[in-house]
Design a protein around this ligand. Structure first.
Ligand code: PFF
Length: 463
């Protein structure tokens, strides 16, 4: 196929809106609906939400712009894009580490992402069976505990999810996906609004609102900042090249600033709305907000069980959560897939299958973390928690830090300006301040304080 000068061999989004939808499909996923509410719950609610929003605005947004513009400039998989951009900037090959680490992080994340998405698939089935009709909080909790105690069932669900993902990826993501995203993303929004309406009327809304937006600074320590930063990266799909890979397919005439802002706003809206839908129900039923990963799988079914036609809503909700997860899972495979296709001229479907099998195998560790291996700990963390921590809280922010530094200090100014459609002026300097100073400094400080806790009190320096 003859390519235009400014095109990717993997295909191009047909418009900037399809990039917005695809990137929002990547961003909106389990991180928003499952993870954000429980992480906020475990870290004290209100103050955590605020620092998370700060991380999204000051660190996430500029890095998302950087990834998109790098992808569009390189027009290849992140590994090859970094190679091309390093040459353009006459920089060392070291920067290729961004692409390689991204592939590693995507692989680790997908291994457990598939397991949790499998839970959503299982809940479609349980909802349809009417398991949660007028259920008590205790029974809802029991259904989840029983499921977690059954590794074979979890493995089955994980297998189905991974199979679906690989099937779609292998058949050519962009075309198949564009249709699915157009249909399912709006539906997801509508359902969230319905749930929000339910939350508002559940009798616990004020408490839920207080919990999510109350400034309880005492719960915010260095760890909370690290988790908020990790969550901002995770939810926006940053730091591992997924957005860079998608950026490679963005048409030249699309404005990066406005498209990226739209994606971040959509993503943040879904996370906050999911929290506001879930917490009121938690309080109205006298449940604990900090109950961890089970929040979505215990409280939401409980809520649906009380709603008229709750089983129907529940089925639709978990179908949509599964779709949101699939559109994210696909983007997790894209950097590695695109690289292998470029490097070995390999068939997409074949590459997808091999990657899928490897991820599936690694995912077994996560499955067992909830039952047979629940007492096996690495530095106090289960296998799942360790993979999650390393990929989300270390690899993604580290990748983001390098991306910010590269864009700010290695990429020739003319390239960045032409990609952003910017000229010297206040907006350009604001961008330079964010990408060159605030975003990297933010990531760095959080890192240092986490890795050397004594830095928090300056006691490392004998103070
Ligand atoms: N953003 C997705 C979510 O919030 O569920 C997860 C994710 C997808 C992370 C793709 C990273 C990524 F590259």
């Amino acid at each position: 196929m003859a390519l235009g000068k400014d095109e990717s061999r993997h295909g191009m989004w047909s418009s900037r809106w399809l990039f917005v939808l695809a990137a929002a499909g990547s961003a909106v996923g389990l991180g928003n609906i499952w993870k954000f509410p429980y992480v906020a719950g475990e870290n004290g609610g209100g103050a955590f939400v605020i620092i998370y929003l700060v991380c999204v605005a000051l660190v996430g947004l500029p890095i998302m712009m950087a990834e998109t513009l790098m992808g569009r400039e390189g027009r290849h998989s992140p590994i090859n894009t970094m190679r091309i951009l390093s040459q353009e900037g006459r920089a060392s090959g070291f920067w290729g580490v961004i692409g390689w680490m991204g592939v590693g992080a995507g692989f680790l994340i997908l291994s457990y992402y598939g397991v949790i998405a499998g839970w959503a698939l299982y809940y479609i089935f349980e909802m349809a069976r009417g398991t949660f009709d007028a259920v008590t909080p205790e029974t809802a909790g029991q259904v989840f505990d029983d499921f977690l105690a059954n590794p074979w069932l979890m493995l089955l669900c994980q297998t189905v999810f991974m199979w679906l993902t690989i099937y779609i990826v292998g058949r050519g993501v962009i075309k198949g996906l564009e249709t699915a995203i157009r249909l399912f993303m709006p539906l997801l929004f509508v359902l969230l609004l319905v749930l929000l309406g339910y939350g508002i009327n559940s009798g616990g809304f004020q408490q839920g609102l207080d919990f999510m937006f109350r400034f309880n600074w005492s719960s915010i320590d260095a760890d909370a900042w690290l988790i908020a930063m990790g969550q901002a990266f995770f939810t926006l799909s940053l730091g591992m090249g997924a957005i860079m890979a998608y950026g490679a397919y963005v048409p030249r005439d699309a404005s990066i600033t406005s498209t990226v802002a739209t994606i971040a706003i959509l993503d943040t809206f879904v996370a906050v709305a999911a929290g506001l839908a879930i917490f009121p129900v938690v309080f109205a039923n006298g449940l604990e907000p900090g109950q961890g990963p089970g929040l979505m799988f215990v409280t939401l079914p409980l809520a649906f069980g009380q709603l008229p036609l709750g089983a129907v809503f529940g089925v639709v909700f978990f179908v949509l959560v599964s779709f949101a997860a699939i559109t994210s899972a696909i983007s997790l495979t894209e950097p590695a897939l695109a690289y292998l296709v470029e490097e070995y001229n390999a068939k997409r479907a074949r590459v997808a299958k091999s990657l899928g099998v490897l991820c599936w195998l690694l995912g077994i560790g996560t499955v067992l973390s909830f039952n047979a291996w629940q007492d096996v700990k690495f530095f106090g963390l289960t296998f799942f928690e360790a993979v999650d921590f390393v990929s989300q809280n270390i690899m993604l922010p580290l990748g983001g830090l390098l991306i910010a530094l590269f864009t700010a200090y290695v990429m020739p100014k003319a390239i960045a300006q032409s990609q952003l459609g910017a000229t010297d002026g206040p907006l350009w300097w604001l961008w330079k301040l964010l990408i060159g100073l605030i975003a990297p400094l933010g990531v760095l400080v959080v890192f240092i304080v986490t890795l050397f806790p004594c830095a928090q009190t300056l006691s490392c320096f004998g103070a």
